[in-house]
Design a protein around this ligand. Sequence first.
Ligand code: FEO
Ligand code: CA
Ligand code: CA
Length: 641
Amino acid sequence: MAKDFSGMEDSNSSANPSIHEVSDPARRVWLGGGLALAAGSLFGPGLLTACASAAQQATNPVTLGRAIGFKSVAMAAIDAVVVPEGYRAQVLYRWGDPVGIAGQMPAFKPDASNTAAEQALQAGMHHDGMAFFPLDGGTRRGVLAMNHEYTDDGMLHTDGVKTWSAEKAFKSMAAHGVSVIEVERADSGWKVVTPSRYARRITARTPMRIAGPAAGHAMMKTAADPSGTLVLGTFNNCANGRTPWGTYLTCEENWAGYFEGPELPDAHQKRWGLRKGGGNYFRWQVADERFDATKHPNEFNRFGWIVEIDPMDPTSTPVKHTALGRAAHEGAATALTAGGKAVVYMGEDARFEYIYKFVSRDAMKPGGLAANRELLDHGTLYVARFDAGGKGEWLPLVHGQGPLTVANGFADQGEVLIKSRQASDALGATKMDRPEWTAVDPITKQVYCTLTNNSDRGKPDRPGADAANPRAPNTMGQIIRWQEQGDLDGTKFSWDHLVLAGDPAQPREGARGNVRGDIFGSPDGLWIDPRGVMWIQTDASSSVMGKGDYSNLPNNQMLACDPTKGDMRRFLVGPTGCEVTGIAMTSDLRTLFVNIQHPGESPSERSDPEAPSRFSKWPDGGRPRSATVVITKNDGGVIGT
Ligand code: FEO
Ligand code: CA
Ligand code: CA
């Protein structure tokens, strides 16, 4: 998300050490400018075109390899999606489009006058992480599950936030959560299948089960749920994961910003960013008292989890898996060890927070979700320490080990997980520059994490540069990678940086980076496709784009990279004021789905309802609408070639 909930994004005042070293400046070699910079096909209002038919032969990603063949697109400051020559893009699923539940498909009203009840049957706002689940082999049909991270209430309601009501708060809750839609490739292009038996909206009020060591814990019990095992909703769902057993993982990120806190928060509340006035932005406490933490302090502990969703069963109950730890969760990239254990890599996106991994106790069994419902409930959570010299270690968050004792404020394993930040502080984990998405290279098993930026690094009372986070302040971000010693469940690793993002034309040394190829800043979305091509999506805040260190980067973008080589090639530039986030492909890698979030976001990050289309009219010429975009190659070929 671009919205900066700065009150809670930098709450790590723990004394665990930083390593005051700077990574090797010899790597900062600029080879840029050599790639073609011709703008490719554009589309915006009135320029949408349908997809051509595509070759349908099966693709073998292994034999195809990592080769990238498209011609780079130029950075652009226009209100359209730009893709390379030979590619086309089509809008598929916009905020307010009906999700496709039979008999319940209210049309979007361009003046934003849909009710809360209607919004709960339509696409939410601010599309983010996304995964594709194949049907019929997955080349022409499948299910897309996607997050709706948050709402811009200036845009969500006809008159914005001038007045406030319970109805507006409920509409905001209904525009959060997850969409599950069925998509199909017709001769005229991709479409959302409506109605569909898979169609579902999960919102901030959908009942879900709490599982794992913190389920039923005293800190999870509320007046409405004395069992501590049932909770309503998920929200601020940023990135995602897709499990090998066929489920969708959605990750709760800046959930702390939905709770009104006390005048004097206790140490636990403070460490997690709860504060008086914290509920002023979304104001949900007006409609639902559970968001007033002065009255219901434990409701706050029931958010910050990874939620597992069965995308194939709209009647299924989502599950919050507490064994994976509580965090301002970004992604949850999931892979298997040779023995079949699930390993989930997770970044916590806040300034000076941590990188985690979970290793399941058991191996995945054949039989899909039915055979693996408890796989994420038993295992070990680790936090990363990146040492100088390119070595690192995973530190277990296990009650009774090291400092994680009753004497130090951890009554049991449930409390270690609910207080995972405090546990990681005590273990001496490395404070990172806002860890966002993680990705596992399917060929080398190297693991990557985007560290988007950290404007607070180096401030007088904050940590300075260290080996893994070598710039202070860090406005541009970096991508760190590591190779586990042994298999993915190893506890030691070697690490380096794939790239320090930046722009070599900048006068400020700390903004230049060492990018080879097309420049970028604030990497966020990250995925390595089955053939080994890395896709990087950026999320520079609209308050910085086109200015200062970002003077040559007016819009957010998506790039491709062979991570074994490192050259960056720009594949897509998004519309004005948007973030590019969320990525998925069909099984044959010939259709790419990308989400465009908050087009037209104002520099103040909340829209003015008097002029909602002031900064963008994408995609329809009216109020800007976050949307899923489908990208295909005109010759029907594999995306990226
Ligand atoms: Fe929602 Fe960390 O981006
Ligand atoms: Ca993100
Ligand atoms: Ca971000």
